[in-house]
Design a protein around this ligand. Sequence first.
Ligand SMILES: Nc1nc2c(ncn2[C@@H]2O[C@H](COP(=O)(O)OP(=O)(O)OP(=O)(O)O)[C@@H](O)[C@H]2O)c(=O)[nH]1
Ligand SMILES: [Mg+2]
Length: 169
Amino acid sequence: MSEVADQELAERARKLFAGRVEFLKSAPSLQFLPDPEAPEVAFAGRSNVGKSSLLNALANRNGLARTSNTPGRTQELNFFDVGEPLLLRLVDMPGYGFAEAPKDLVKRWRHLVNDYLRGRAALRRALVLPRPQGRRSRNDAHARRSRGQLSHRPHQGGQGETIGARPAL
Ligand SMILES: Nc1nc2c(ncn2[C@@H]2O[C@H](COP(=O)(O)OP(=O)(O)OP(=O)(O)O)[C@@H](O)[C@H]2O)c(=O)[nH]1
Ligand SMILES: [Mg+2]
């Protein structure tokens, strides 16, 4: 892509995120997912890796998604509407790996995330945040497999990756 096209895209993104970015709802289980009215982009990765912080940085709004030093802060699928009219939805997800919560609760989050990744028709991209040291865990690999690896490509610089769409929910 040319530099001019890149700049235009960056400007469109800046304007988009300077406008409406609003919490819609939390889904503790799949039956509470919102109607699929817009393409969804979800943040996946280990607990405490900075998924909620990244969403806040992108939206330039501290406190939009709740963050904490304690792993296991995000416990549901949290949906945020972007754009007026609605253009896309960001989805902050619970992390996997270690979390300061009972084991069966952590297992429930894992199933919720995997079912959503596997079957959500509206999900266009899952952004998998790598651990800070850049090593992939088994769960990072599992998140990729859940998504079926359609149009899966590493981010520039090899930091994180995006995983493309595969429908059903
Ligand atoms: N140094 C540093 N700390 C960060 C960065 N991003 C997030 N943090 C801190 O890491 C901690 C966890 O951030 P969260 O955004 O809550 O992490 P999360 O992946 O959403 O965690 P869960 O919801 O528990 O899965 C917080 O104390 C953040 O302030 C970063 O880029 N650099
Ligand atoms: Mg979080």
